[in-house]
Write a protein that binds this ligand. Structure first.
Ligand code: HGY
Ligand code: MN
Ligand code: MN
Length: 422
C-alpha cells in the first residue's frame, strides 16, 4: 500500500479482512450467519491469527472466538477489545471483522513493544451480533455477560431449526451455553473499533470519531391473519387481505417515525404464507426494527404503533400478533474510558469528534457489566450492510493507531488514568 509507513498495521488488516470476506455461504456475496459452517471456518482462521499474535485462543460455549494475553494474575480481570464475526446477508467486509482484526493487530503491536501488562487483554470475535439467522441479536455477547434470554434455545430460523439444534449441529452442547458467562468483574473495560455505518465522519472530513452512546433497539415479529381466497372470484369489498393490511402497517411506521428526529423504524423482512400470484394473502409476517437515542422515545413510538396496528387490523377484519424478538436499552459510553480514547485520538493528531451510534453493537450487552467505549472509523458514503461498504486503508491505519495509542495509555496509566481535557 503506497504511502504507508513500514510498520503500518493496515496492510495486514486489509489482507485479513479480504481472507474473511472470502468465507461465505454464497459465492459473490458475504453471508456468514451464526452457527453456520462458514462461521466455523472463519472462527478457525481468526483463532490462528490470535495465536500468531501471541495470545492463547479458544472458542467458547456459544461460539465466540476469544484470544487472551495474560496479566500478572492468571485468569485475572481483562481489558476486552471486541467486535463481531457474523454478518448480515450480502454484507460488506468491514462491519464487525474490522474491529476484531484491528484488535488482534494492536495487541500484537503492543507485545512487540515489550510492554508489561498490568491486566490481561482479550480480543473477542462475537458469534452473533447481527441476529441475521434467529432474529434475536447479541447472543454471543449476552452469553458472555450471562444475560441470555431464557427462551433463546427455542428461537427458530427460517427453516424452523432451533438455536438448540443449530448449536448441536455445529458441535456445541446446548446445555453448556451457561459456561460462556464470565464472573462479575472479569471484564475491566470494553473497547470496540467499528466502521461508523453513517455519513457523519465523511461530512466532517475526519477518519475517526468518539462514540457517545449506542441507540437502543426493539425488534418485533408481527403477524397479520385474514382470509386467503381466489384472486379472480372474491370481490374487493369484504376481503380480509393480510398483505394489504401489512402494507398499511408499514406505511404507518414510516409516517410515525419520519417527523421525529432520531427515531427510525424499518420493516426489513416480510413473508406471505403460501403466497401465490393468484391467491389473496391469508397470512403475512413482517419484522419491525425500531430505534431511538433515548429509550423513552422508542417506547412511546412502540406503544403508538401498537395502537395503530390494532386499528388497521380491526378495520380490515384481520387478527394481529406481535412478538418482541429483541429489546436492548440504549447504552451510554463510559466518560472515563471515553477520555482515554480521546487521548489516543489527540495523540494521533486528530480532533475529538463525538457522535452517537444509530447502529447496534455488542457493547450494548457489555455495558451493564463493564465500562464501554467505541471508536468509529469513517466509511464511504456511510454505506453499510451492503457490498459497497468501504473503509480506506488510510482510515483503517488511523483507527488502528488511535486504538494502539489508547492501549499504550491504558497499560501505562491504568484504566481510570487522568481524563484528558479535550
Ligand atoms: O442492526 C444493527 O444495528 C447492527 O448492525 N447489528
Ligand atoms: Mn451490522
Ligand atoms: Mn456491526
Amino acid at each position: 500500500m503506497k504511502d504507508m509507513p513500514q510498520d503500518a498495521l493496515a496492510p495486514r488488516i486489509v489482507a485479513r479482512l479480504d481472507a474473511l470476506a472470502a468465507i461465505s455461504a454464497e459465492a459473490g456475496a458475504i453471508t456468514r450467519v451464526y452457527l453456520s459452517p462458514e462461521q466455523a471456518r472463519a472462527s478457525a482462521l481468526v483463532l490462528g491469527w490470535m495465536r500468531e499474535a501471541g495470545m492463547s485462543a479458544r472458542i467458547d460455549a456459544v461460539g465466540n472466538v476469544i484470544g487472551r494475553i495474560e496479566g500478572p494474575v492468571p485468569g485475572g480481570p481483562a481489558l476486552m477489545i471486541g467486535s463481531h464475526l457474523d454478518t448480515v446477508r450480502d454484507a460488506g467486509r468491514f462491519d464487525g471483522p474490522l474491529g476484531v482484526v484491528t484488535g488482534i493487530a494492536c495487541v500484537a503491536a503492543l507485545m512487540r513493544e515489550g510492554v508489561t501488562l498490568p491486566f490481561a487483554i482479550e480480543v473477542v470475535g462475537f458469534a452473533d451480533e447481527e441476529g441475521t439467522r434467529f432474529a434475536t441479536t447479541l447472543i454471543g455477547s449476552q452469553a458472555l455477560t450471562g444475560a441470555l434470554a431464557p427462551d433463546v434455545l427455542d428461537r427458530t430460523d427460517a427453516d424452523e431449526i432451533t438455536v438448540r439444534e443449530a448449536l448441536h449441529a455445529a458441535g456445541f452442547d446446548p446445555a453448556a451455553i451457561g459456561r460462556a458467562a464470565r464472573p462479575a468483574g472479569a471484564i475491566l473495560a470494553y473497547l470496540e473499533l467499528h466502521i461508523e455505518q453513517g455519513p457523519a465522519l465523511e461530512r466532517a472530513g475526519l477518519p475517526v470519531g468518539l462514540v457517545t452512546a449506542i441507540s437502543g433497539a426493539t425488534r418485533l415479529a408481527v403477524t397479520l391473519t385474514g382470509e386467503a381466497g381466489h384472486a379472480g372470484t372474491v370481490a374487493m369489498a369484504g376481503r380480509r387481505d393480510a398483505l394489504a393490511g401489512a402494507a398499511a402497517c408499514i406505511l404507518a411506521v414510516e409516517a410515525r417515525c419520519t417527523p421525529e428526529p432520531g427515531l427510525v423504524g424499518t420493516v426489513g423482512t416480510i413473508q406471505v404464507a403460501s403466497g401465490a400470484v393468484n391467491v389473496i394473502p391469508g397470512r403475512v409476517g413482517f419484522s419491525l426494527d425500531l430505534r431511538a437515542p433515548e429509550d423513552r422515545q422508542r417506547r412511546i413510538a412502540l406503544a403508538d404503533l401498537a395502537v395503530t396496528f390494532s386499528e388497521i387490523a380491526e378495520a380490515r377484519g384481520l387478527t394481529l400478533e406481535r412478538v418482541v424478538t429483541h429489546d436492548a436499552a440504549s447504552a451510554p459510553c463510559d466518560p472515563a474510558l471515553m477520555a482515554r480514547l480521546a487521548e489516543g485520538i489527540v495523540a494521533e493528531g486528530y480532533p475529538v469528534f463525538r457522535l452517537p451510534s444509530g447502529a447496534g453493537h455488542d457493547g450494548m450487552a457489555i455495558a451493564p457489566v463493564a465500562p464501554i467505549a467505541m471508536l468509529f472509523v469513517r466509511c464511504r458514503g456511510g454505506v453499510s450492510h451492503h457490498p459497497d461498504e468501504f473503509a480506506s486503508a488510510a482510515d483503517i491505519e488511523a483507527g488502528a493507531q488511535v486504538l494502539l495509542a489508547t492501549l499504550r495509555r491504558l497499560v501505562a496509566d491504568g484504566l481510570s488514568g487522568r481524563p484528558h481535557a479535550t
